[in-house]
Design a protein around this ligand. Structure first.
Ligand code: HEM
Length: 454
């Protein structure tokens, strides 16, 4: 029989799908899913982050996936979950494929993400499909100017970033140091002024409202929708957007005249949520530069050759920020759901399959990357990172982060301003040392620095 069978049909019969055992699936649940959920998927929980750092949870997760890949090969690995098809992606090319073929057939609007983000941005682009998604994505790209390295409003943004960083540096000088709490207050003032303008600088309530909903979003569908809190947030966002202050994203929103399917307040709720991750990346980059003298020197040379009052890309400092995001990705799980049946070599995965990409594996894969655990900003300027479809702190393909350039500009400019004002020495004792492998997990909330004015 087999001799007469066409070659492809024969291989379909002989190649067995990669299937994790029940024990392996429980291991994935215990070492990857549970810790990721415990630290807070939508709003990080500081106590759990501290614990995660102590246990270096990402290290155990990466090792587990490397073992599974050794045992099963690098094809998508089906987990033993009754009633659902959930696969883990283990090869960079498969990650590249899923991202390149988003939003169809691989939609970012997955069951879990919809339940979680729907708590504070029910009409957000990331949790939409079809025409609503196209319009919302288009709106985001237009306002955030996805394809421009520097936003046309980067001039007025830089002024606001500079003022807030100078204020922070002055406070830091008085206190003799910088910690997360002090940084966080300044960071949200920057974000509110960049997004809405000076009229929102002191409006902590808007972030408090968002945070309360994000904490509830951590539980996805396990907590009820808080309709009143959501409406209160949307109303406050609309008030700030309606002022459309000059030189802010709110002004850019007002110019857009969006399609009725786009609720700008929902898109802006996502922006504020995402700026939180950017603050974490900034503090981690500061820590990397505080302990790596050589890299700090190169960054300072770049600053020395640039004009502090004109918006610039600052490629080296930007690469340092990207490198902190590679080492400690702020989106550890990228999720996609298949909206149709899909072919994977000899296998066919059914419609509704959930695809899981655990990003620390791809960013820190010591079996594949010579620089896996080292702070190596050069990979972002010499094409190495770009050539790897799975090193994607901002995701990739048509559903990649449309705020990438804007947020990199904001973080890099703030870092530049702080570094021009002060020297930072790590005071909080995390195991970061020049030339040593970086820790797999780094809690940004417990970072603190001693500072000296320059
Ligand atoms: C360091 C900061 C940030 C990182 C690492 C980051 C990363 C990402 C990632 C990984 C995704 C894809 C998520 C997924 O597929 O599930 C995403 C989507 C998105 N990001 Fe960001 N982001 C950041 C900041 C921002 C900021 C500040 C904005 C807006 C001002 C923004 C706007 C968006 C939007 C609108 C989407 C949804 C895209 C879509 O629906 O196609 N992000 N981001």
């Amino acid at each position: 029989m087999t001799e007469t069978m066409p070659r492809s049909a024969a291989s379909e019969r002989t190649v067995r799908p990669s299937q994790a055992s029940v024990v392996e699936t429980l291991d994935v649940a215990a070492r990857i899913v549970a810790p990721t959920v415990a630290v807070g998927v939508v709003k990080r929980r500081p106590l759990m982050m501290a614990l995660a750092e102590r246990c270096q949870i990402d290290r155990a997760a990466i090792r587990l996936l490397q073992r599974l890949r050794e045992r099963h090969g690098s094809r998508p690995l089906r987990l033993a979950v009754p009633g659902r098809t959930i696969v883990l992606l283990l090869s960079p090319d498969d990650v590249g494929r899923v991202l390149a073929e988003s939003p169809e057939p691989f939609t970012p609007d997955t069951v879990e993400k919809h339940a979680a983000l729907g708590k504070f941005q029910p009409h957000g682009s990331l949790i939409s499909r079809g025409r609503p998604r196209r319009e919302r994505r288009r709106f985001n790209e237009a306002v955030l100017e996805t394809h421009r390295p520097l936003h046309h409003l980067s001039g007025p943004m830089l002024v606001r970033i500079g003022e807030e960083c100078d204020r922070l540096a002055a406070e830091t000088e008085d206190a003799g140091g910088l910690d997360w709490r002090r940084f966080e207050r300044a960071w949200w003032r920057i974000v509110r002024r960049v997004v809405f303008g000076d009229g929102a600088a002191d409006d902590r309530t808007v972030i408090d409202l968002l945070d309360a909903l994000r904490r509830s979003a951590n539980w996805a569908y396990l907590t009820p929708t808080r309709a009143r809190a959501r409406e209160a947030l949307a109303e406050r966002l609309r008030e700030h957007l309606d002022r459309a202050e000059d030189g802010t994203l709110a002004a850019a929103v007002a110019r857009e005249a969006p399609d009725p399917l786009v609720d700008p307040a929902d898109q802006v709720a996502h922006w504020l949520f995402a700026f939180d991750a950017a603050g974490m990346a900034l503090m981690r980059t500061l820590a990397l530069l505080a302990v790596n003298r050589g890299h700090r020197h190169v960054a300072r040379c770049e600053l020395g050759a640039s004009d502090p009052d004109s918006p610039e890309e600052l490629p080296y400092l930007r690469a340092c920020v990207l490198e902190s995001l590679r080492l400690w990705p702020t989106t550890p799980l990228l999720l996609r759901d298949g909206v149709t049946e899909t072919r994977w070599g000899p296998e066919t995965l059914p419609e509704g399959t959930s695809f899981l990409v655990y990003t620390p594996l791809f960013n820190r894969d010591g079996e594949r990357l010579p620089f896996a655990d080292r702070f190596t900003p050069g990979i972002w300027t010499d094409g190495t990172a770009e050539a790897d479809p799975s090193i994607t702190p901002f995701s990739g393909g048509p559903a990649c982060c449309p705020g990438r350039n804007l947020v990199l500009f904001t973080v890099t400019s703030a870092l530049a301003r702080l570094l021009r004002r002060e020297e930072y020495r790590l005071a909080s004792g995390q195991p970061l040392y020049t030339g040593r492998p970086e820790p797999a997990t780094l809690d940004p909330f417990s970072l603190s620095f001693n500072t000296t004015a320059i």
